[in-house]
Design a protein around this ligand. Sequence first.
Ligand SMILES: Cc1cc2nc3c(=O)[nH]c(=O)nc-3n(C[C@H](O)[C@H](O)[C@H](O)COP(=O)(O)OP(=O)(O)OC[C@H]3O[C@@H](n4cnc5c(N)ncnc54)[C@H](O)[C@@H]3O)c2cc1C
Length: 355
Amino acid sequence: MTNKQGEVVRELLRALPGLTVVDDEAAVAEKSHDTWMRSLLERRMGVEEHAGAVVRPKNKAEVSEVLVWAEASETAVVPFGLGSGVCGAVLAGRDQIVIDMGSMDRIVEVNENSLTVTVEAGMRGSTFEAELERRGYTMGHFPQSIELSTVGGWCATRASGQHSTLYGNIEDMLLGCEVVLAGGRIVRLPAVPRSATGPDLRHLFLGSEGTLGIFTELTFRIHPKPEARKGCAYSFTDLGQGVEVIREALRVGWTPSVTRLYDAREAGRNFAGVASEGESVLLLLSEGPAAKVEAEQSALQGLAKARAGKSHGGAPVESWLEHRNDVPSFESLLDQGLVVDTIEIAAAWENLVPL
Ligand SMILES: Cc1cc2nc3c(=O)[nH]c(=O)nc-3n(C[C@H](O)[C@H](O)[C@H](O)COP(=O)(O)OP(=O)(O)OC[C@H]3O[C@@H](n4cnc5c(N)ncnc54)[C@H](O)[C@@H]3O)c2cc1C
């Protein structure tokens, strides 16, 4: 530990004796990077900088105490979920501290009447969704990193999941939240279905990456687990035809929960035995009441057929569902001398195909 790190830890322990403060080198190193390629490379090269200390608050009061201390001591703090972010946002220097949210990981309440769940911000996404499913519900939020990320991280990064065409993105699911502001003030935005009093303050915090406050508790919309689920894969010789099928389906009001179009190169990598070389592949999955699922799949089939889509049945969709979160670790790619990165884009329909 450097002198600067030691100083930070001693000060924290003196000011907040009840707080869990971690200063073990390996544990601090673990919380000093995310999945950003550059920080993984720096880690490998042994030039990564580590935070001064990691604190693990057990509740909002402790988060608040840390932020009171941080303001008084002019120490920068960085909230940390599970470090699956890919932009280096959690990196902290030696004179800064990391607030690891991992000890705040409980479901506070499931309200089966209003169909809401209130959860602490540090709960792992996959544990959270599994617990909802055990009780007969789903939130419908399935980012590929569901096993690697927290519910607080989802809100801080304005995350999007694989079933978003039906259930929406995280900003459509968040009804209310509790946030601790710099300086320690605890603010609660109540979980109401709608409000007409001025700008929606939830949007100040959603996507703010911890810079405007630390989420401690979140209330989300939930749904009963779908009664039925059915999918179908189609291939197209022209990617544009696949885009048209999606555009036409959505504009008349169909909402296939999973709507994924792979260009020929990606289709070749992911669906080699399904599509012929040079074809793109479209996956469409419907969920909900059985009658709606049947009607939607039949309408989608009609749209795909009209655009010369070849049907490959439900097996490719089932196989995708089973393997959708299998990603090679970035570390194993680095071992092979490969550097990968990921980028998200959004565009209006008219710009999609040229893009
Ligand atoms: C393999 C892989 C697949 C991915 N797939 C998706 C995907 O499908 N969809 C998607 O949207 N993203 C995806 N991501 C990106 C990443 O998983 C998300 O950004 C995720 O929401 C981050 O959550 P986390 O808990 O790991 O946050 P971290 O990485 O720990 O932190 C991310 C940011 O949020 C802040 N933060 C964390 N917790 C809090 C809190 N309680 N209050 C305030 N700020 C906080 C941090 O300071 C940081 O700025 C993927 C990443 C990987 C590595």
